[in-house]
Design a protein around this ligand. Structure first.
Ligand SMILES: Nc1ncnc2c1ncn2[C@@H]1O[C@H](COP(=O)(O)OP(=O)(O)OP(=O)(O)O)[C@@H](O)[C@H]1O
Ligand SMILES: [Mg+2]
Length: 332
């Protein structure tokens, strides 16, 4: 018997999610791979690789092979994704089809290299790329059938996708190559400049999720390295440092929301207002972000249900609607 399998993949800068038809979400792991530098072999994948990233153990090179939602290191991406697929796909699978999301702003070359990842090893997958904002909108609960539409803001680790979509198509979209990772880097830079303290990306991420855009007089105890003495140090980091560091990224996102909103065709205005702007991706959970965007846009904004899984859920929905009019097709 020839086994057939159809999968939906969200290959993100920070996390990879895989959905298998008939089984649902089967894998959710950090997009990371650890290579043993002595023999070039894979030492760990996903979460087990990611925990080693900040700690720099000797002889281990931890790679996050995607940058801004696209392939930065082809060989490592192939190794990582096939490692994940081997865990979840039955042996002997033939004629596998994959639907994979791609940032709306990815160039032709970036799209080709994403698709090429799944043709690099056996079993090869027949890949169809789907625009991430369309997947995010479907996963955020917009009914895109019969030409209906909505407005989605998907903020992940590497990219922020701001888009109006309708009938499974992008109507207007812009991808910013700044999102959660840029926020973490801004917090690290501010801690170094204002407190003379070197934070790990993990510590910066923790401060981001604790305070977000909610200022006040609170502080959070954080451990880092003293930049002058190069020894570990404990510091009470004020919320204001975090809020100020996040501002440039949040302002750029809010401005782009205004820009795309001001270009929405009149026929889509009602869908946008009644459906509200829906936020997806991990940074949708940033405290205070939805109200900041609502204020800038003058249109209601809400966090989608289970925002980290919107893109893979929407991609899986496209698998279900395959063959219907207007739905990006996947050959069987
Ligand atoms: N509770 C939270 N509050 C704020 N930010 C969060 C929270 N949970 C996760 N994040 C951030 O969300 C980002 C990851 O989101 P997500 O998994 O959607 O990214 P991705 O899909 O891998 O990236 P991309 O779509 O850009 O390629 C990280 O920057 C992470 O720190
Ligand atoms: Mg994403």
């Amino acid at each position: 018997m020839r086994l057939r399998g159809r999968v939906a993949i969200d290959l993100g800068t920070v996390s990879t999610l895989i959905w298998v038809e008939g089984r649902g979400l089967v894998l959710e792991e950090p997009s990371a791979i650890a290579i043993d530098s002595r023999n070039g072999r894979v030492a760990a994948l996903g979460g087990k690789a990611d925990v080693l990233a900040d700690k720099e153990p000797q002889g281990i090179n931890v790679v996050h092979p995607l940058c801004d939602g696209v392939v930065a290191d082809m060989e490592a991406t192939v190794e990582m994704l096939y490692g994940f697929l081997r865990r979840v796909m039955p042996r002997g699978m033939l004629h596998s089809r994959a639907l994979m999301s791609v940032p709306a702003g990815a160039t032709w070359v970036e799209r080709r290299s994403l698709a090429a990842v799944l043709g690099a090893r056996r079993p090869r997958y027949d890949v169809t790329l789907v625009d991430e904002p369309v997947a995010a909108a479907a996963g955020a609960g917009f009914d895109l059938s019969a030409g209906r539409g909505g407005f989605v803001v998907d903020i992940g680790g590497g990219t922020s996708e701001i888009a109006a979509v309708a009938g499974w198509r992008v109507v207007r979209a812009k991808s910013l190559r700044m999102a959660g990772n840029a926020m973490d880097e801004a917090i690290m830079a501010a801690a170094r400049a204002e407190l003379g303290m070197i934070l790990s990306p993990r510590a910066a991420r923790q401060l981001k999720t604790t305070f977000g855009l909610n200022g006040g007089t609170e502080t959070a105890e954080t451990v880092g390295i003293d930049a002058a003495r190069r020894t570990p140090r404990v510091e009470q980091v004020p919320a204001s440092l975090v809020v100020n560091a996040l501002k440039p990224t949040v302002t750029a996102i809010a401005r782009t929301v205004q820009e795309i909103l001001s270009d929405v065709p009149s026929g889509l205005a009602e869908d946008v207002v009644r459906g509200k702007i829906r936020l997806s991706g991990g940074c949708a959970l940033l405290p205070g972000l939805a109200s900041e965007i609502e204020e800038a846009a003058g249109v209601g904004a809400v966090v989608a249900e289970d925002p980290l899984r919107c893109v893979v859920r929407g991609t899986a929905m496209l698998l279900k609607h395959d063959g219907e009019d207007g739905v990006p097709g996947i050959r069987r």
